[in-house]
Design a protein around this ligand. Structure first.
Ligand code: OSB
Ligand code: MG
Length: 409
């Protein structure tokens, strides 16, 4: 196996070629903005519960099912699908499924159905009047981009200027009751081909656990994610993570503390990666200016949709900062959007885009997302999402349904 250092070096050489292309990669601006206006007839929200195959534990809590928030936009006989990634409790972010329902129903959906949409910029501008609530906004943007792709007869990936035909993927492994169970899971996912293992850490489940995994697998791409479980006072403790040749340390400190992340990055050899802190292209720019991180995790939901995700991608590419696609235990609908995003040229590190079967017994799309033994997922080339929606299954699971229609003819 290639040494990690060599892999990282090659990867950096690769980045340079990518960056020169990235700026020209804004075919998107024409494709998403010269489209004929789309008049949205109605917005439908459906909440469905999908049990997780096994509980997922992070430093902020444990979940054993996901309340999946689906958004449908209907226009010209087509249906575009998006997903709001908010959780039921405000732990990862202040948004919840409840706040998203309120904000979409009372503010965002009325703005969407108010007048025909003249491209992604038009939609993003309309939604940006309302402060925050990025996950709610993203649900609508995703559904709109699916509509646009379908009406152009294009795949999501080609619509946004994606280039890769297959995307590299990793797996995020939750905190386990015992290290032996974690080692079993590391072994399982490596044998399935996953290219990178990410370990969730928190005080009391960090150095020893990482040491154990690293000593069993000296060569693998390994990273950790603390989901804000530490403070800058833990700097000496965190510094010890430098011993394990990690690809990155994700979000060690508070979401709104770019300053302390910069102080920590200054003393660490390992690259910090920000997740929760990066909520739009402005915070991304600030974080890079301050050297708060050297890698960015882009989640379409967290940043408010494709327009912001693309802006962060371009900004990072211009500064030779690697980005990768994060995940939020999405259903197949959110996952299909993540796959499209990860096909952009700046996404040079494996994403948290695992197979449907890593999360759920049965997904709501078909075929399910699968990971091949080389640790990649195929980027669909069919128009729109590139997967069929299992509407019967969705209808059967629906716990809440809300429909917002246009008032004016
Ligand atoms: O911090 O990346 C995170 C899941 C839920 C909330 C936050 C995070 C995660 C993951 C799982 O790490 C990623 C995935 O496989 O979807
Ligand atoms: Mg994270």
């Amino acid at each position: 196996m290639m040494s990690i250092l060599l892999q990282q070096l090659l990867h950096e050489v690769d980045q340079c070629a990518i960056f020169s292309r990235a700026m020209q990669a804004r075919i998107l601006d024409q494709q998403t903005n010269t489209a004929t206006a789309i008049k949205v007839d109605g917005v439908e929200i459906r909440l469905i519960r999908l049990p997780l195959i096994e509980p997922f534990e992070t430093s902020f809590g444990k979940v054993d099912s996901r309340l999946i928030f689906l958004v449908c936009l209907e226009a010209n006989g087509l249906t575009g699908w998006g997903e709001v990634v908010a959780a039921e409790e405000p732990l990862y972010s202040y948004e919840t499924t409840g706040t998203a329902l309120h904000v979409i129903r009372d503010f965002l959906a009325p703005a969407v159905v108010d007048a025909p949409i003249n491209g992604l910029d038009d939609l993003a501008r309309r939604l940006s009047r309302f402060r925050g609530h990025n996950m709610a906004k993203a649900g609508l943007e995703l559904a709109y981009v699916d509509l646009l792709a379908q009406s152009n007869g294009q795949s999501l990936s080609s619509l946004i200027g994606g280039e890769l035909k297959r995307v590299a993927v990793g797996v995020s492994l939750g905190i386990q009751p015992a290290v032996a169970r974690l080692l079993e899971r590391v072994e399982r996912y490596l044998s399935l081909g996953y290219q990178r293992i990410k370990l969730k850490i928190k005080p009391g489940w960090d150095l020893d656990v990482v040491a154990e995994v690293r000593s069993n697998y000296p060569e693998i791409l390994l990273s950790v994610d603390a989901n804000s479980a530490y403070t800058i006072n833990d700097r000496d403790h965190l510094k010890k993570l430098d011993d394990f040749n990690l690809l990155m340390i994700e979000q060690p400190l508070q979401n709104d503390d770019l300053m302390d992340h910069a102080r920590l990055q200054e003393i660490m050899n390992t690259r910090l990666c920000l997740d929760e802190s990066i909520v739009n292209h402005r915070t991304a720019k600030l974080a890079l200016e301050l050297d708060s991180c050297r890698i960015i995790n882009i989640k379409i939901g967290r940043v408010g949709g494709y327009s912001e995700a693309l802006a962060i991608h371009d900004l990072s590419a211009a500064r030779q900062i690697p980005v990768w696609c994060g995940g939020m235990l999405e259903s197949g609908i959110g996952r299909a959007h993540n796959i499209a995003l990860a096909s952009l040229p700046g996404f040079t590190l494996p994403g948290d885009i695992s197979a449907s079967s890593r999360y759920f017994e049965r997904d709501i799309i078909s075929p399910a997302v699968t990971v091949t033994p080389d640790g990649t997922v195929a980027v669909p080339d069919r128009p729109g999402l590139g997967f069929d929606i299992d509407l019967d299954f969705i209808k059967r699971l629906t716990e809440t349904r809300v429909y917002i229609s246009r008032m004016k003819p």
